[in-house]
Write a protein that binds this ligand. Structure first.
Ligand SMILES: NC(=O)c1ccc[n+]([C@@H]2O[C@H](COP(=O)([O-])OP(=O)(O)OC[C@H]3O[C@@H](n4cnc5c(N)ncnc54)[C@H](OP(=O)(O)O)[C@@H]3O)[C@@H](O)[C@H]2O)c1
Length: 306
């Protein structure tokens, strides 16, 4: 049994993914990705406080925004863990305001960070293994709110190449650059840059398009089953714990995506069911109602809820 990697696993959904994996099979090696060693150690202590057996949980220092860190982590996997992985959960993510420098850093984590991970870590995944990309329904909302030409590019993978998506991501960032005289013109191409459909949602829209674009060739050439997972709106530090879902419910959704079949590769999944890559914006009340329904179902099914 090859190990699994979870990025951004020192807290939030990443840590809950590990809780779920440990409760299923504590004998599997889990590499807890964290950009800070001390945060990683604290996370392992938290797992132990919850009564979990962490014998096979190891810290993997990993900052997805830096290629040298991603490559060093891959070297650790090769030298220390046999160089093969069953699954990578690409979970690390951040939010930002529409301020240009902040949005640029966000894109380096949420979009380019995942691409970097896929470039370096996908070759380590065994044939038939999974790479779960943790995205968000907000990516589907940003796609819905995009002007039609952009929407077409984002929803029809055959119409774009990864290089074109990178170019679009750069143009989006430049639309936020107040020092760029072309910014007002560029803003016409992109979803509104404030509120719910800000840089976070846009980064996830580009991420979704990239994964859909690349999934068929990853499956054909490397036998890797790619999927996009939406955890739903969960209470974590990312949103100052305002989400109506429990983090454990979101982690369940992510782990279920690592169990799909190869026929479902490249799909978008929420709570183990196919979701839409383009979706109208939900209200907070709708998301809260959804959380109540899903968690009630889990309670009735006797699934552990903490
Ligand atoms: N919570 C939600 O409602 C929700 C909904 C949809 C999608 N998501 C997605 O779920 C994922 C996890 O979010 P969360 O809610 O669990 O957020 P969170 O509690 O803020 O955790 C984010 C994790 O990502 C890590 N991270 C940030 N930048 C990183 C970098 N450059 N390299 C490596 N790790 C980095 C953080 O590490 P540090 O502790 O070092 O900062 C932390 O471990 C994200 O991709 C997010 O977009 C969340």
């Amino acid at each position: 049994m090859a190990p699994v990697v979870v990025t951004g696993a020192n807290k939030g959904l990443g840590l809950e993914i590990i809780v779920r994996l440990l409760r299923t099979d504590a004998s599997k090696t889990i590499l807890l990705g964290t950009r800070s060693l001390s945060n990683g150690k604290a996370a392992i202590s938290r797992l132990q406080e919850r009564g979990l057996d962490t014998t096979n949980v190891r810290i993997l220092e990993l900052d997805v925004s830096k290629m040298d860190s991603v490559q060093a982590a891959a070297e650790t996997v090769k030298k220390g863990y046999g160089g093969q992985l069953d699954c990578v959960y690409n979970n690390a993510g951040v939010v930002s305001t529409t301020e240009y420098e902040e949005a640029k850093q966000l894109m380096q984590v949420n979009y380019y960070g995942v691409k970097r991970m896929m470039e370096v870590f996908d070759p380590l995944i065994v044939r038939g293994g999974h790479d779960v990309i943790v995205s968000s329904g907000m990516g589907a909302w940003a796609t819905y709110h995009s002007p039609l030409p952009l929407q077409n590019l984002l929803t029809e993978p055959s119409k774009t190449t990864p290089a074109q998506l990178d170019d679009l991501a750069e143009r989006y960032l430049e639309s936020l650059n107040t020092h760029n005289p072309s910014a007002p013109e560029l803003q016409k191409e992109f979803p509104i840059s404030e509120g719910m459909i800000g840089p976070y949602a846009v980064s996830k829209a580009f991420l979704n398009a990239y994964v859909r674009n690349i999934a068929p060739s990853r499956l054909e050439k490397q036998g890797i089953i790619l999927s996009v997972a939406c955890p739903g709106f969960c209470a974590t530090d990312l949103n100052s714990n305002s989400g109506p879902r429990k983090a454990s419910t979101g982690a369940r959704s992510i782990v279920l995506a690592s169990q799909i079949s190869s026929e479902q590769a490249g799909g978008f999944f929420r709570d183990g069911k196919p979701a839409n890559f383009i979706e109208r914006t939900a209200t907070f009340e709708e998301m809260a109602e959804d959380a109540r329904t899903v968690e009630q179902g889990l309670r009735e099914a006797g699934e552990i809820m903490d």
